[in-house]
Design a protein around this ligand. Structure first.
Ligand SMILES: O=C(O)CCC(=O)C(=O)O
Ligand SMILES: [Fe+2]
Length: 335
């Protein structure tokens, strides 16, 4: 059955990475449904005691959506910044720098592995949203009654119009056997700067499940495939333990779908001194850092780049995970 009438008008197929424009006209029925009851995982930061409810949801599912974090104006500003950065990344062939053609990660494209130097990203996501979310971040990263966490980077993903493939289900970091403890070692806060809809490539997430709950030799359960996060309003923040199984879905819409992110790590992960990750990339220019409010400066203290310092070495033999994204690229390619 054709669902052409559901497709937004004005699809510019010459920009689409789709090999077969005729197929791109047909949105399969499965793309209209979700097995995820989004309302169960979402709470507004304008609700009284929202942090408490949000923490309960996060503890059970490994993610939570906080709505009304960004205003319309902020969404617009961040969206424009994303479009500008994306224009520098996407080449004419639209190869992508993730698992599928047309899928991109912001971090990979920058010499610092981060987009925190972009003032609209730092101002709206790191600072403004960071202050709103701070009480919840403190709860999530609380250990023995003490909040212990740092900001690590800024990145996120985008998917071009016309990408018809489902991205491979994955967790974003390797898990040591037996290690699925709280607090999460790595938390990605993804921002919806556009509404997520059935058609524009909403992220899919499997509540409470990690790589350790899935034997990859088995077929993926169909309800996992359609566990897609929509409808989700612009302005919402998705706080996601990156160990939770998730992936990209097809983007049948006419627009690129962006999900920029701010990434936080636990004190426990930092203490490992894992050479593949630490020290983190110094991605915030000193001048910008000086303008940050104190609680944000504290979180970003390891990220300050001194004036005049050389850009970090991008030697491909020696890529850090935020540059090579080996967590993603290697771990979830099926042989
Ligand atoms: O863009 C998305 O919806 C998810 C992408 C993702 O998880 C990844 O590339 O690691
Ligand atoms: Fe991912």
């Amino acid at each position: 059955m054709s669902l052409d009438h559901l497709k937004p008008p004005g699809d510019d197929r010459s920009r689409s990475p789709s090999r077969s424009p005729r197929d791109a006209d047909k949105v399969p029925l499965e793309s209209m449904d979700s097995t995820l009851d989004v309302a169960k995982y979402m709470i507004s930061c304008k609700t009284r005691c929202w942090e408490t409810q949000a923490l309960d949801i996060f503890r059970a599912a490994g993610f939570v959506v906080i709505s009304e974090v960004l205003s319309e104006h902020q969404c617009q500003e961040v969206l424009s910044a994303c479009e500008e950065v994306a224009a520098q990344i996407v080449g004419p062939e639209q190869w992508g720098n993730r698992s599928n053609r047309g899928r991109y990660s912001f971090g990979v494209a920058s010499s610092t592995g981060s987009i925190l130097h972009v003032p609209e990203i730092a101002g709206n996501l790191l600072v403004q949203a960071g202050l709103v979310l701070h009480p919840l971040l403190e709860e999530i990263f609380s250990k023995d009654g003490k909040a212990d966490f740092l900001c690590y980077s800024g990145g996120g993903d985008f998917v071009l119009p016309g990408v018809k493939d489902y991205q491979f289900l994955h967790g974003d970091m390797p898990m040591a056997p037996g290690d699925d403890r709280m607090p999460p070692p790595f938390l990605s806060v993804n921002f919806c700067v556009q509404p997520l809809t059935a058609l524009n490539g909403p992220i899919r997430l499997v509540p409470g499940k990690t790589e350790r709950d899935w034997d990859r030799r088995q077929e993926e359960p169909p309800e996992w495939r359609s566990s897609r996060l929509f409808p989700c309003p612009a302005g919402a923040a998705l706080l996601r333990d990156v160990r939770i199984l998730h992936a990209g879905t097809p983007n049948w819409s006419a627009a690129t779908r962006f999900l920029p992110s701010i990434e936080y790590i636990s004190g426990g992960l930092r203490a490992t001194q894992d050479e593949a990750m630490f020290p983190p990339s110094r991605c915030i220019p000193r001048g910008l850092y000086e303008t940050l409010p104190e609680p944000i400066q504290i979180l970003c203290r390891e990220l300050v780049a001194e004036q005049g310092s050389e850009p970090e070495n991008e030697d491909s033999e020696n890529l850090k995970p935020w540059q090579s994204r080996y967590w993603h690229g290697v771990t979830y390619e099926r042989a």
